[in-house]
Design a protein around this ligand. Structure first.
Ligand code: ZN
Length: 57
């Protein structure tokens, strides 16, 4: 059986297919930027932004 969705989520850069890699808009680190689950921010900065948008305390 084949997997229907090989890139289901935002991936760490070291697990991301090269054609989906780009540079984080903030720190220019390689990140999963394109395709399904892609983001213009690296995972570190995604987490930072998510925290700012949804403060726990
Ligand atoms: Zn970053």
């Amino acid at each position: 059986m084949t997997t229907p969705d090989p890139v289901p989520r935002n991936l760490p850069a070291n697990m991301c297919p090269p054609h989906l890699l780009g540079r984080c808009a903030r720190c220019l680190a390689p990140c999963h930027r394109y395709g399904v689950g892609g983001s213009p921010l690296c995972q570190t900065h995604q987490a930072e932004v998510a925290k700012l948008q949804n403060p726990v305390s």
